[in-house]
Design a protein around this ligand. Structure first.
Ligand code: ADP
Ligand code: GLC
Length: 487
C-alpha cells in the first residue's frame, strides 16, 4: 500500500510529545511489513538537517492559498534508522522561526501555517508522482489535508484511489480558527459556512473538519475511542464523534522497543534484561549519586518519576496536593523530567529548593535523561486526567519500572492492577480523578515494593508486557483496507 503520512511532528527531527514517536515508528514498521509509506513534515528551523542527512531537492511545489500561489522547496531524507522516505516542506515565512507551534505562546498565524502545510502535503505527493492509497493525517495540524482530499482534489484523477484516514492523538487541541481567515486561505469562502462541517460555535474547528470529512477516524487506544463519545472526555466534539461512530475505532499505539530496551539502551549505566534484573539497581545507585540524591542515608528508598509535558491533562494538579507530603515524610525520592506550564514549573522549582537531596527536578526536554530516569526509577507516576494513549508507561514496563496510573484511555488498556493473591498484573491503578484515590494506589504500590516476592513478580510481569509497534502497524493496515472499501 502507498501511504502518505502528514504530520506536524516526527521523532527525532521535531518532537514535543508522543505524536512524534508514533509518526516515526509506524511508517518504519509498515515498510518492514512490505508497504510503501512516505512522511511529510514541515522544515522547522530547529531541525538539524546535517545530522539527519537531509538535503534540498530541486522540487519546488506550488500551493494555492486564497486566490494566490505560495511556494515551498522539498528536502529529502529518510526516517532515521529506516528506509522510509521523508520530505520536509521548506517555507521561510511559515517555518523559519523558533518553536513548532509557538514561542512560547501559540503563533498567531497557526491557522495559515497549517492550512498551507496541509495543502502542501497533497502537492508534494503529486510532484513526486506518489499516488497514495491512503492519506494518513494526524491531529488538527494536518486535518485540512483530509478536507482538501475530499473537496478541491475530489475530482483529481491522481487521488482517485486515495482514502483519507484521520488519527486523533489528543482531542483537546482542536485548531480553532477565525472563519474569515481560515476559509479564505483554504479556498472555500464563507458563504455556506454556518452549519457546515468546518464550523463549531461560529469558528472553524480543524479537528471537527477532519472528523467529518475522513473515511475513517482512529484514536490511539480503544478506551479513549469510547471515552471521547461522552461529555467529560469529548472536549465539545462528542456530537460529531457520535455521528461518525460507525467509522471511529481505537488502535493502541505501540512502543518502539529498538529505542526503549534496557538490554540495548545506549544512554543507561548498566544494561540488563528480565534475567539480570538485579542490575537495574546499579542504574538507580549511579543515578542517585550523579544527581546528588544519595545524601540521604537510605539508598533503597523507592524512586518515583514523572516524565511528562507539564500540562493540565497529565494530572499534575492532583499530584500537587500530595507530593510535598511524601517528600516531607520521606515516603520516596522523586525525579521529574518535564516542561510546560509556568505554574507547574514554579511548583517543582519550589520543591527542589525546599527538599534538596530528595527531589530531582529537571525542567526542560532531554531524551537521554528521560531514558536514564525511567531506567533508574522504581515507579513511574501518570495520574492523568485523560490520556489518549500514553507511551511512557509502555516504555517504563520494559525497564521493570512499575506504572502507577489513573485508569483512563491508553493507561487503562495497558496497565492491570497487580493482585498479590493471583500474582497477576503489571502496575497500580486508580479510577476517580482525585488525590485520595491516587494516594491509595501509591500506598498499595509502596507496600508491594517492600515485599521481595511480589516486587520481583510485578517487575517480571511488567517486563513481559508487550505492546510492540508491529501489532499497531498491522491494525492500521486493516483500518486502511476498511477505509478503501468506502471509496
Ligand atoms: P504526550 O504525547 O501526551 O506528551 P506520551 O506519553 O504519548 O505523551 O509521549 C510523551 C513522549 O515525550 C515520550 O516519548 C516521553 O519520553 C517524551 N517526553 C515527555 N517529556 C519529556 C521531556 N521533558 N524530555 C524528554 N522526553 C520527554
Ligand atoms: C498525545 C496523547 C498521548 C499519546 C500521544 C501519541 O499527545 O496525549 O496520550 O500517547 O498523543 O499518540
Amino acid at each position: 500500500m502507498n501511504i502518505l503520512v502528514a504530520s506536524a511532528e516526527m521523532a527525532p527531527l521535531a518532537k514535543t510529545g508522543g505524536l512524534a514517536d508514533v509518526v516515526q515508528a509506524l511508517p518504519t514498521e509498515w515498510k518492514k511489513q512490505g508497504h510503501n509509506p512516505i512522511v511529510v513534515i514541515p522544515k522547522y528551523s530547529s531541525i538539524d538537517t546535517n545530522k539527519y542527512g537531509f538535503e534540498p531537492t530541486n522540487i519546488v511545489i506550488c500551493v494555492p492559498i486564497s486566490h494566490w500561489m505560495e511556494y515551498a522547496r522539498l528536502w529529502k531524507g529518510k526516517i532515521p534508522g529506516s528506509d522510509v522516505p521523508c520530505y520536509l516542506v521548506e517555507n521561510q515565512d511559515y517555518f523559519n522561526r523558533n518553536g513548532i507551534y509557538g514561542d512560547p505562546n501559540e503563533f498567531f498565524d497557526n491557522d495559515r501555517r497549517f492550512i498551507f502545510f496541509s495543502r502542501a502535503v497533497l502537492e508534494t505527493a503529486k510532484s513526486l508522482n506518489f499516488k497514495p492509497d491512503i492519506l494518513h493525517a494526524h491531529d488538527f495540524h494536518t486535518a485540512f489535508s483530509i478536507a482538501f482530499l475530499k473537496t478541491h482534489y475530489r475530482n483529481d484523477d491522481f487521488f482517485r484511489n486515495c482514502a483519507g484516514v484521520f488519527t486523533i492523538h489528543n482531542l483537546a487541541y482542536q485548531g480553532w480558527f477565525k472563519p474569515q481567515r481560515a476559509m479564505d486561505f483554504a479556498c472555500f469562502g464563507t458563504q455556506n459556512f454556518k452549519g457546515s462541517w468546518f464550523e463549531k460555535n461560529n469558528s472553524v474547528n480543524a479537528m471537527k473538519t477532519a472528523i467529518m470529512f475522513a473515511d475513517k477516524i482512529t484514536t490511539v487506544s480503544p478506551t479513549y475511542s469510547r471515552e471521547i463519545r461522552w461529555d467529560y472526555y469529548g472536549e465539545g466534539l462528542q456530537e460529531p464523534l457520535n455521528k461518525r461512530s460507525a467509522d471511529l475505532i481505537g488502535v493502541l499505539n505501540g512502543a518502539d522497543y529498538t529505542a526503549w530496551n534496557p538490554a540495548t539502551d545506549k544512554y543507561i549505566f548498566n544494561k540488563y534484561d528480565a534475567k539480570s534484573l538485579a542490575k537495574k539497581q546499579d542504574n538507580k545507585y549511579a543515578f542517585l549519586a550523579e544527581k546528588g540524591l544519595h545524601k540521604e542515608d537510605n539508598l533503597d528508598l523507592p524512586l518515583v518519576c514523572v516524565i511528562s509535558r507539564l500540562a493540565e491533562q497529565k494530572g499534575i494538579d492532583i499530584l500537587m496536593y500530595k507530593l510535598e507530603h511524601y517528600l516531607f515524610y520521606g515516603n520516596f525520592r522523586f525525579a521529574l523530567v518535564g516542561t510546560g506550564d509556568q505554574r507547574y514549573i514554579e511548583y517543582f522549582n519550589y520543591l527542589s529548593w525546599k527538599y534538596p537531596g530528595k527531589i530531582l527536578s529537571h525542567i526542560g526536554y532531554s531524551n537521554p535523561l528521560a531514558h536514564q530516569t525511567i531506567c533508574a526509577s522504581d515507579f513511574i507516576l501518570l495520574p492523568s486526567r485523560y490520556e489518549p494513549c500514553g507511551l511512557t508507561q509502555m516504555y517504563a514496563l520494559k525497564y521493570g519500572t512499575i506504572p502507577i496510573v489513573r485508569s483512563t484511555g491508553g493507561l487503562a488498556d495497558t496497565i492491570r492492577e497487580y493482585v498479590p493473591g493471583s500474582d497477576l498484573g503489571n502496575g497500580f491503578l486508580f479510577i476517580n480523578y482525585n488525590h485520595e484515590d491516587m494516594d491509595f494506589a501509591i500506598r498499595r504500590a509502596l507496600h508491594i515494593y517492600y515485599d521481595k516476592h511480589h516486587w520481583d513478580k510485578v517487575r517480571q510481569n511488567a517486563m513481559q508486557s508487550d505492546f510492540s509497534v508491529a501489532d499497531a502497524a498491522k491494525k492500521y493496515i486493516e483500518v486502511f483496507r476498511w477505509a478503501k472499501e468506502k471509496i
